[in-house]
Design a protein around this ligand. Structure first.
Ligand SMILES: Cc1cc2nc3c(=O)[nH]c(=O)nc-3n(C[C@H](O)[C@H](O)[C@H](O)COP(=O)(O)OP(=O)(O)OC[C@H]3O[C@@H](n4cnc5c(N)ncnc54)[C@H](O)[C@@H]3O)c2cc1C
Ligand SMILES: NC(=O)c1ccc[n+]([C@@H]2O[C@H](COP(=O)([O-])OP(=O)(O)OC[C@H]3O[C@@H](n4cnc5c(N)ncnc54)[C@H](OP(=O)(O)O)[C@@H]3O)[C@@H](O)[C@H]2O)c1
Length: 247
């Protein structure tokens, strides 16, 4: 039996030359905010599929995915060229543990991402759960250049709806801006600049940290936080750091 269902692209939003979001209609089953599905295209007589996190939330009547064109990649370049009305395959089943059901109780939730790794956190923030469970929800997004700080309209909505509960900390590493933190997340964490920016301390027992995107960022942040006494969150041994690597 096929693991794929037929679906239709309803919109392809081009944010920059390399960043795009696909909105797709298809009859997939249930998923949880933070999980990933699969997108596929027929290439040389076979379906080539890759995992992509849902940016949409389960209550929305379409699926949305946020992707970068990987140079010489097999799937992401043709995905970027799709237009409304085009056919696409959607994986039947969603997967992944970067979900709030896996996160122990705490005061604060830190969602730390690079590049397209912001996707699952936008999905989570669209649901009611984080706002009910946590005193503070902090969204950290690191990109190379300012135009890659996408989804500003949605992020502003979170800020308007939850002015005292939501903090957004953008990083831009390869150009100077007057609004974003410079350099990389681990360096800012080590120097206390990230916590200064949002006026909140990361503390074991009080903070839950979710990391998503570039595996080197995930590793560097995890090691930095482990030196401060935080531990990886596992079902057998609950801790404070939950991760998802995109490659
Ligand atoms: C659990 C999971 C969820 C994912 N969710 C997303 C998502 O929401 N959005 C997204 O853009 N990608 C996501 N990815 C990556 C995605 O599945 C593909 O690997 C990516 O689109 C490249 O596919 P490709 O066929 O074009 O490249 P391939 O020919 O498969 O080349 C893969 C190589 O491209 C690089 N690469 C892969 N993904 C990225 C990326 N996101 N950013 C930078 N470099 C990358 C790495 O060097 C990797 O080895 C996810 C991966 C995993 C494992
Ligand atoms: N962004 C683009 O314009 C672009 C264009 C074409 C192709 N691509 C390809 O697409 C892929 C993803 O690009 P991307 O820009 O989304 O993601 P990225 O390369 O992971 O960069 C996103 C952010 O993560 C930072 N970062 C990188 N390594 C880190 C580490 N070890 N610890 C902490 N932070 C780290 C980067 O800082 P630094 O700037 O200091 O590295 C940048 O601020 C790459 O394979 C890239 O080659 C990107």
């Amino acid at each position: 039996m096929s693991n794929w269902i037929d679906a239709e692209v309803i919109e392809n939003i081009h944010w920059t030359d390399t960043l795009y979001s696909l909105k797709v209609k298809g009859d997939i089953g249930d998923y949880e905010a933070g999980q990933f599905g699969r997108l596929g295209l027929m290439i040389d007589d076979q379906i080539v599929g890759r995992p992509y996190s849902f940016v949409s939330a389960p209550h929305e009547d379409y699926c949305e995915f946020y992707s970068i064109v990987v140079e010489k990649g097999l799937l992401s370049p043709p995905l970027a060229k799709l237009k409304a009305g085009d056919h696409i395959y959607l994986g039947k089943k969603a997967n992944g543990f970067l979900i709030l059901n896996e996160i122990p109780e705490s005061d604060d939730l830190w969602m730390i991402s690079t590049g397209t790794g912001i996707g699952p956190f936008l999905s989570i923030l669209k649901t009611e759960t984080p706002w009910k469970r946590f005193k503070k929800c902090v969204l950290v997004h690191a990109v190379r250049t300012a135009p890659e700080l996408t989804y500003q309209e949605l992020i502003n909505e979170f800020k308007q709806q939850h002015p005292d509960q939501f903090e957004y900390a953008p990083f831009v590493s390869r150009e100077k801006t007057d609004f974003a933190l410079p350099d990389r997340i681990p360096k800012a964490l080590k120097k206390g600049k990230l916590e200064d920016r949002v006026n909140l301390k990361i503390e074991s027992g009080k903070s839950q940290i979710m990391l998503c995107g570039n595996p080197d960022m995930v590793k560097d942040v995890r090691e930095t936080l482990e030196k401060r006494g935080l531990t990886k969150n596992l079902r057998k041994t609950p801790g404070s750091i939950s991760t998802e690597n995109y490659w």
